[in-house]
Design a protein around this ligand. Structure first.
Ligand SMILES: Nc1nc2c(c(=O)[nH]1)N[C@H]1C(S)=C(S)[C@@H](COP(=O)(O)O)O[C@H]1N2
Ligand SMILES: [Mo]
Length: 385
């Protein structure tokens, strides 16, 4: 142990001398062991928990998130659906309500989309940072199904019920409830909304909603109903737990006269977000920072990086590996050439094409948010070079 500390101290000294002399520290001719010692590292690692799949931020996230590191959130436990008896029931304000088997859905025109799925609780605690991933989804268009079933003009809302159930206390009585969320008819008819039976080229796994789930690109995960079993069109608002009581954000809006209006809103659209996720040294000696950034579907204008008390510097946004990826996160990187050895604070912020800037934790948008959902604040990372 003592010898490790000594070696690190020596290496730090070498780097400091190199920096003073304005020469590339990598050309100092350090031995292999010394190079290992000088690997830049996070002092605030965010490892994936051992007991559940989650994104591991201490490795550069791949553009498409591999299944073993894709998080899962299931409020009523994982539902095992027997696909041979399962039907998707379409009911309510339709002229031709009907049900579909999985095969009938698969025979319809296949639609694919790459979209980032983030739990709205993601980022609310140090142990819940990896509840986000980017996947390739395949299924059928929701809008075309609703049209085919003859959605009537009276309908204002479409309710999506999962097969997973639990008894909930509502106004002092117990009721068996299916997990449920709704979309306005306008939102439900968005072209990119699909009912997916595949994720990353494989049938949905049990955890991710087999046999069918709703994909709502640009919205938080709570809207992406898994184990979908029933779709209902109705002429009034749906007020189930996950729409109107839970997954509700209470946020204060400062008024010009100094007062604050406190507003409760249902968790829906994603907030612009980014995080510094990786740190490496390039062959040319520069330190490279990288990470993902995502929005509700509005293009990213820029991603910027701040090191210590320096200015915001523009990062390079990488071109997506595939087209039609407006709902997928973007990977970005920043090359820090004139870095100095020692400890630093590094933070990123994403800015969308409307000019909406990912806020810092002390800005009103976050400071006056009193519930933990929608935690898109900038996340400063501590590093040692
Ligand atoms: N039927 C059902 N759908 C659900 C949930 C659930 O508990 N039951 N959890 C939601 C929440 S809160 C999130 S974040 C996403 C997570 O999707 P994943 O488990 O595939 O990552 O599913 C959503 N869909
Ligand atoms: Mo969630």
């Amino acid at each position: 142990m003592a010898s490790r500390i000594n070696r690190r101290t020596i290496v730090k000294g070498v780097l400091a001398t190199a920096a003073l002399a304005s020469i590339n520290p990598l050309s100092v001719g350090a031995s292999d062991t010394q190079k290992t010692e000088t690997t830049p590292s996070f002092l605030d690692p965010l490892p994936a928990p051992a007991d559940r799949p989650m994104l591991d931020w201490d490795h550069l996230p791949q553009w498409l998130t591999p299944m073993p590191t894709f998080f899962a959130v299931s409020h009523y436990g994982t539902k095992k659906v027997d696909a041979s008896h399962w039907r998707l029931e379409i009911a309510g304000l339709f002229n031709n309500p009907r049900s579909f088997t999985l095969d009938e859905l698969k025979q319809r025109r296949r639609k694919e989309i790459i979209a980032t799925l983030e739990c709205s609780g993601n980022g609310s605690a140090k142990t819940f940072m990896g509840a986000v991933g980017n996947a390739h989804w395949a299924g059928v268009s929701l809008g075309s199904l609703l049209k085919e079933c003859g959605l009537t003009n009276d309908a204002i809302e479409i309710v999506f019920l999962g097969a997973d159930q639990k008894t909930e206390k509502i106004k002092e009585h117990d009721y068996l409830q299916n997990f449920g969320r709704s979309l306005s008819v306008k939102d439900a008819m968005r072209d990119e909304i699909i009912l997916a039976y595949e994720m990353n080229g494989q049938p949905l796994t049990l955890d991710h909603g087999f046999p069918l789930r709703l994909i709502v690109p640009g919205w938080y995960g709570i809207a992406w109903v898994k184990w979908l079993s029933r779709i209902e069109a109705q002429d009034r608002r749906f007020m189930g737990r996950f729409m109107a009581r839970d997954y509700v954000t209470i946020r204060g809006e400062p008024m010009p006269d100094g007062s604050v209006i406190w507003k409760e809103t249902s968790v829906t659209r994603l907030n612009v977000k980014s995080i510094v996720a990786s740190l490496a040294k390039a062959p040319n000696g520069a330190v490279i920072f990288g990470g993902p950034a995502w929005t509700d579907g509005i293009p990213l204008k820029s991603v910027e990086l701040k090191i210590d008390d320096g200015p915001w510097r523009a990062a390079k946004i990488e071109a997506p590996p595939e087209h039609h990826a407006k709902y997928a996160w973007s990977l970005w990187n920043y090359e820090w050439k004139d870095w100095t050895p020692g400890e630093h604070i590094v933070v990123s912020r994403a800015i969308d094409a409307r000019g909406i800037v990912q806020p810092s934790a002390d800005e009103p948008y976050i400071r006056l948010k009193k519930t933990y959902y929608e935690a898109n604040q900038q996340y400063p990372r501590r590093i040692r070079l």
